[in-house]
Design a protein around this ligand. Sequence first.
Ligand code: UDP
Ligand code: MG
Length: 308
Amino acid sequence: MSKVSIVVSVYNEEKVLPLFYEAFQKEKGNFTWDYELIFVNDGSQDTSLDLLNEFAKKEEHIKIISFTRNFGHEAAMIAGIDYAAGDGIICMDADLQHPLSSIPEIIQKFEEGYDVINMVRTSNKSAGIFKNITSKLFYKFINLLSDQTKFENNSSDFFAINKKIADVLRNNYREKMRFLRGYVQNIGGKQTTLSYEAAKRAGGKSHYSLNKLMKLAVSSIVLFSNFPLKIGMYAGAFSALFGLIVLIYTLCTYPGAPSGYATIVVLICFLFAILFIIIGIIGEYIAILFSELKDRPIYIVDETVNIK
Ligand code: UDP
Ligand code: MG
């Protein structure tokens, strides 16, 4: 019998874990495959780990990987994938935003021979208009810049991959800065999408602040496109052309060229702005190079439960 591994990342989720557990008990009867439920405790400071230990005591299908500290959601998903023993792996959140009722459908798709199942949100109940619009814009933008991959709009950290894709993620794609849902789509294979309605968070509050989301957006663009590095050349060419035009104008109207204070100040500010932005962009790429060079682990496991 085939087996599905369900990877759930957990960071300070004491409010929702009992609800998740209860919902899972109800849903698991509908699975046509054997299963394992892997909780990755991403350095929670609340009682999440105690709760998980209780669950794992009751049932050895429930496994725990616990980190030494908080390494971030993506690191947690990678650890779950690394340890998963299933023929199919599903990554989902602990807060019940990703419906457990999609799992039987996903298993069906695995049986149909799909390698990657992207779960696409039809609506996100807990996200405001702002988050929904910026999320759309982000996908438009990254699709415009990325030359290799076309990303599903509204894809989320809810996705499923089979063993073959998981092996690629385990052996390659070990980058220190990542955009996992992008990688999954980047590998190729037989891909399909299923839609789901993102529910409201079952309790507690979101860990993704606007700041964190911005960082994720910037690093994912940097990871999938070299175009920003070339902006400097375009900006340079533009400034040179502009300078040339002004030079010709000055010579032609000699000696009557107007000496404008405002023009000079505005021009200097404008050109320096371009310069600094370009330096910032290069900095983003250097930061990625540097973190690769340091080669620190993506996550550090403190202990595992029910994992051989
Ligand atoms: N999470 C994690 N590490 C973190 C932040 C979040 O493992 O540093 C987990 C969190 O417990 C949840 C999932 O990642 O299961 C998604 O987080 P959240 O629901 O806060 O994000 P949102 O759904 O609001 O984007
Ligand atoms: Mg959530």
